[in-house]
Design a protein around this ligand. Structure first.
Ligand code: HEC
Length: 469
């Protein structure tokens, strides 16, 4: 009786302790269960360093999960399967990856030194075109070389190459809240003939909630005119949350694709009854194409689903590949190859954890759900992606430029046969990068924003010939 009581008590206690451990942040769990042997900063001690590049065991995520679960008792690594559940072990792997990345982060790669950035293949300077007050979101270059620039707080500017700018009047009612506001701007593929300009922004039907909307219109005498609404959600789909609106627009074969984030309602990313957490496809005048994958869904514009907050999308015109970057949870930012009708898994599967550092799920893969081509641990906060085709930086041609907010990096992803071969940081620590575009002459332009001063800059990467080394 007594023995039974004590063993029951022990089971209850150990369940309590492990439940507690499993709801805690990965950093806290690491400190309590691992730091004594592996060092406070994972630098090693009784156990090996977890931040260097030397691994005794399989260093894939699955391999690291396995050694934490099973241990290596004879060599002094205790097994944690009884103490930590799969979710907690998954979050420890993310913690180890984050710390390793911090420890190995070479701040000199992509840094501006004496006005110059030297990358593997090209050197460049940053040339500032203009400054704006407010947070910039997107830009597009007009045929005459001038630009349209969006500021999230409801402003559209016409920027001349000499830096002078005029504001376009008469925009629709825009609901600016958190990550919402005026978002992307894009030109009709035959803009010179049609004059159509496309915008995405957050729209509110009742002041208290909003949803991503797609419109087109024309700019005449400095005014937004002839607006047509091409997509807007139901009032049911509006949310008061100021997060995850997407949104970017691209064109391919006389269709347009645009993205909407999950609006903070992550389960809905899996449902075809909701427009959020999706990539949508429409004709250029907003009709549903007959060959979309879900013609009977409430939103037949859905092209792919299971997305968290896709803010970047780009086309490789040679192959027709559509690439998208999306903000994941902490350690779960993704690059995806977007294909018709597929499910990209959010929130059922993710490589990330909650922002607080507590576990989210142990599931990184499931049947019927696509894997990202790349995921970033730690997250960069990927905001935009562009498939580069220009002549100004010939070695970057045919590859992807990825812009990021939190990490303040511009990253080159080298592609071969639609697979990412390697990554190189081209630029760092020059403010959060909202957009990266290619000018008509192959120039690369960045839209940068600084939350501290609530201001933005448009810069060009100016190639510089450096003497052969
Ligand atoms: C009592 C000391 C001790 C504790 C506590 C401990 N480890 Fe270890 N760990 C070791 C030793 C020793 C090894 C090397 C085992 C070997 O040589 O086979 C190791 C190996 C590892 C490895 C494999 C490293 C490689 O190079 O392949 C990982 C990953 C790891 N531990 C993670 C953890 C985590 C996460 C925790 C906490 C949940 C933890 N360890 C707690 C001692 C410890």
């Amino acid at each position: 009786m007594n023995a039974l009581f004590i063993s029951t008590l022990l089971i209850v206690l150990s369940t309590l302790i492990s439940t507690q451990a499993n709801a805690r942040t990965a950093a806290g769990v690491y400190r309590d269960y691992c730091a004594d042997c592996h060092g406070r900063n994972l630098e090693g001690g009784l156990g090996p360093s977890l931040t260097d590049s030397v691994w005794l065991y399989d260093n894939t995520d699955q391999g690291i999960e396995k050694i934490i679960r099973d241990g290596s008792i004879e060599n002094g690594m205790p097994p944690f399967a009884a103490t930590l559940d799969d979710k907690a072990i998954r979050s420890l792997v993310i913690h180890i990856r984050e710390k390793a990345s911090q420890a190995n982060n070479d701040e000199s790669v992509g840094a501006v030194e004496q006005g110059l950035v030297q990358t593997k293949h090209h050197a460049f300077e940053l040339v500032e075109l203009a400054k704006f007050s407010g947070i910039t979101w997107a830009m597009a270059q007009l045929p005459d070389g001038s630009f349209l620039v969006t500021i999230r707080d409801k402003q559209l500017w016409h920027l001349q190459p000499d830096g002078s700018a005029t504001e376009i009047k008469g925009l629709p009612d825009i609901w600016q809240r958190g990550q919402g506001g005026l978002l992307d701007v894009a030109l009709h593929p035959e803009f010179e003939k049609t004059g159509w300009v496309y915008l995405t922004y957050s729209e509110s039907q009742d002041l208290f909630s909003g949803m991503t909307t797609l419109v087109r219109g024309k700019i005449e005498q400095g005014k937004w005119q002839q607006q047509q609404i091409l997509f807007s959600g139901d009032s049911d789909d509006s949310s008061s949350a100021g997060v995850h609106f997407g949104s970017r627009i691209i064109f391919k074969d006389n269709h347009l694709y645009f993205t909407i984030g999950d609006r903070g309602r992550k389960e809905q990313a899996q449902s075809l009854d909701h427009p959020n957490g999706k990539v949508h496809r429409l004709t250029l005048d907003g009709a549903t194409p007959a060959d979309n994958p879900y013609p009977d869904a409430k939103y037949p514009s859905i092209w792919s689903y299971g997305h968290r907050n896709p803010q970047g999308i780009t086309l490789n015109p040679a192959t027709g590949d559509i690439w998208s970057v999306e903000h994941g949870p902490r350690g779960g930012d993704e690059l995806n190859l977007i294909k018709k009708g597929l499910n990209y898994g959010w929130p059922e599967i993710t490589h990330g954890m909650n922002y607080s550092g507590t576990p989210m799920t142990a599931n990184t893969a499931k049947a019927g759900m696509e894997q990202p081509e790349v995921f970033w641990v730690p997250s960069l906060a990927v905001s935009a992606v562009h498939f580069y085709q220009g002549n100004q930086f010939p070695q970057w041609r045919g590859h992807l430029l990825v812009a990021s907010l939190r990490a303040e990096q511009l990253v080159l992803l080298e592609l071969k046969d639609s697979k990412v071969q390697s990554q190189e940081v081209l630029l760092r620590n020059q403010d959060r990068i909202r957009d990266v575009i290619e000018g008509r002459d192959g120039s690369i332009y960045l839209a940068l924003e600084d939350r501290g001063t609530n201001s933005s800059r448009i810069v060009r990467l100016e190639p510089v010939e450096t003497p052969a080394q």
